[in-house]
Design a protein around this ligand. Structure first.
Ligand code: HEM
Length: 530
């Protein structure tokens, strides 16, 4: 019989004597694991509206407009942490500073992934810094590079070029004030292109700007339609050939992919050739190339190194232009609607800066009111009201609620910056919130930057650059211009409506205002600061 058994099974000749002792543990261990897993699965999900089909449709509908308000509304009914199903995915929405801190910061080790979205993989966008999985070996390298280039003293080397772009912005506002929105957008693009590639934008019809704006449009369109692509819920569909009915997304994919490849490569190759020529601006890319050369002088640049640097640098325009643009447009809207607040800010800058130069970053500390206006702008309209979704890499339990691995975890930043227990009367634009000196009886309310730039290992790496660029632009505009309501044909004031639009990044809907120089000699001031 032993012989027969040997033929039937390779393990049959093993007696328990020969089995390594740890193999004996496999059975009980798997059993214990299964029990633990089943126990975890029996823990309830966070409360929330139920019914995946209903909600799937509901969330798509709601996502068209102000879904963050809808989530905040549900939080009143269900509590600060809510869950629902959307297209087979569990969505967990965190509506309070506490839940966001407890999960995205205190447990950032497991809450720093991004939800895998097949449409982004197919269009070549999944290796962007904002989308790359926290499990990917390139992720820590992305974070390190961005940190090296955009924070602390290293960021300060870009201040002169930001100031130069601010001066151009003010000149444009002086010449064509009605096109203020366009000027603000061009200014953000110029700042990023210089910082990242060392490239100076020469005109509105600049080749690289057109290229990147085209890409920008592609990304925005994909994001807007994300819930409508079935391939995101059923990844198997990615194998459908283009000619099959229902494979319309494949055409979008092919076009987008070509655009993404182009936009990642061309400015990067330009920056590399500038570096090779020996007279490149100390940009994000050239600085990294030089570090690489210093670390291994004889090494030829590897394709992988280039791939990483290309993806990190290519992520910055998408991440940094609309966000800062949104803050600046909201600033103009708020100044149009709040002349008294504007006046206090202007008088402070007259005292601190005077009228013979434009503000520098060192003036920020001496200008608490101007700084408080900007804090209130980002609290009032956080450019990313839902930041970017995180994803959790293992099953978790929080306050007796089950959070399944792979859930999409959405921090509702808008709900936090409009929580009336933290920011009383949240719909009021009131810069004195952050100033104890203005109301000695109250403790200053928390700095909204803590929430607006994201959380844990995914916190925005560009926030120092963003805050510097915002201060320099806003303080210079306050110093040089008056912003006021426009007048209609009968000379009556036109009050803009406070409304915001957008998907991931929101900005005020179109509005008009008057932007006029505050004193004679503004043009000379701009020339003088050149
Ligand atoms: C007011 C301006 C800005 C705001 C409000 C903002 C906000 C954010 C937020 C909420 C996130 C997601 C954080 C998270 O998932 O927890 C983010 C990510 C990111 N931001 Fe910003 N940002 C701004 C400007 C910038 C600028 C100027 C740059 C670059 C120069 C930049 C680069 C990035 C990058 C690369 C990421 C992805 C980080 C990652 O996923 O690891 N941002 N930002």
């Amino acid at each position: 019989m032993p012989g027969v058994l040997n033929v039937l099974s390779p393990f049959s000749s093993l007696s328990t004597k020969n089995v390594p002792y740890y193999l004996l543990l496999v059975g009980p261990l798997s059993f214990a694991l299964i029990l633990a897993w089943r126990r975890m699965r029996s823990i309830p999900l966070p409360p929330g509206p139920r019914g995946s089909i209903l909600l799937g449709a509901k969330s798509v509908l709601a996502s068209r407009k102000n879904i963050w308000r809808q989530y905040a509304q549900w939080a009143i009914e269900y509590g600060p942490i809510i869950s629902f199903k959307s297209n087979r995915l569990t969505v967990i929405v965190l509506n309070s500073a506490e839940t966001i801190h407890d999960l995205l910061e205190a447990r950032c080790k497991i809450y720093s992934d991004r939800p895998g979205t097949p449409i982004f993989e197919l269009t070549g966008q999944s290796m962007n810094s904002g989308r790359i999985s926290s499990q990917h070996p390139h992720f820590p390298i992305h974070r390190r590079i961005a940190h090296e280039e955009l924070s602390g003293r290293r960021m300060h080397r870009h201040l002169p070029s930001i100031e130069e772009n601010v001066r151009i912005l003010l000149r444009n506002l002086l010449l064509e004030p009605r096109k203020f929105r366009n000027h603000l957008h061009v200014c953000q693009g110029s700042i990023i292109m210089k910082t990242v590639y060392g490239y100076t934008i020469s005109s509105e019809n600049d080749y690289f700007v057109d290229l990147i704006e085209g890409y920008h449009e592609v990304v925005n369109k994909t994001e807007q339609k994300i819930g409508l692509y079935w391939v995101n819920s059923y990844p198997i569909l990615k194998y459908l050939p283009r000619w099959m009915p229902g494979a319309g997304f494949q055409t979008v994919v092919a076009k987008s992919k070509a655009k993404v490849d182009e936009v990642m490569s061309l400015p990067f190759e330009w920056a590399k050739s500038e570096y090779a020529s020996g007279n490149a601006y100390d940009s994000f890319v050239s600085s990294q190339l030089s570090r690489r050369e210093a670390a291994a002088p004889m090494a030829r640049s590897s394709t992988e190194d280039d791939h990483i640097l290309k993806n990190v640098s290519g992520s910055m325009y998408i991440a940094g232009v609309d966000t800062v643009g949104s803050v600046m447009t909201t600033f103009v809207l708020m100044m149009t609607l709040n002349p008294q607040i504007q006046k206090i800010g202007q008088e402070e800058l007259d005292r601190v800066v005077g009228r013979n130069r434009l503000p520098h970053i060192t003036d920020r500390e001496q200008s608490p009111f101007a700084d408080a206006i900007l804090k209130e702008v980002i609290r009032f309209n956080p450019p990313g009201p839902l930041a970017l979704p995180h994803s959790v890499t293992q099953d978790d339990v929080y306050q007796g609620m089950f959070i399944p691995k792979g859930s999409r975890v959405v921090p509702n930043v808008w709900a936090v910056t409009h929580d009336d227990s933290v920011y009383p009367d949240p719909m009021k634009f009131d810069p004195t919130r952050s100033l104890s000196s203005f109301n000695s009886k109250t403790i200053p309310q928390p700095n909204p930057s803590k929430f607006v730039f994201g959380f844990g290992r995914r916190r925005c790496p560009g926030y120092e650059l963003a805050e510097a660029a915002i201060f320099l632009q806003a303080a210079s505009i306050l110093l040089a211009f008056n912003i006021a309501k426009d007048l209609d044909a009968e000379k009556r004031e036109v009050t803009p409506v406070v409304e915001f639009t957008g998907n991931f990044v929101v900005a005020p809907t179109d509005f008009v205002c008057r932007i006029e120089p505050r004193f004679e000699g503004v043009l000379e001031l701009l020339e003088g600061s050149a």
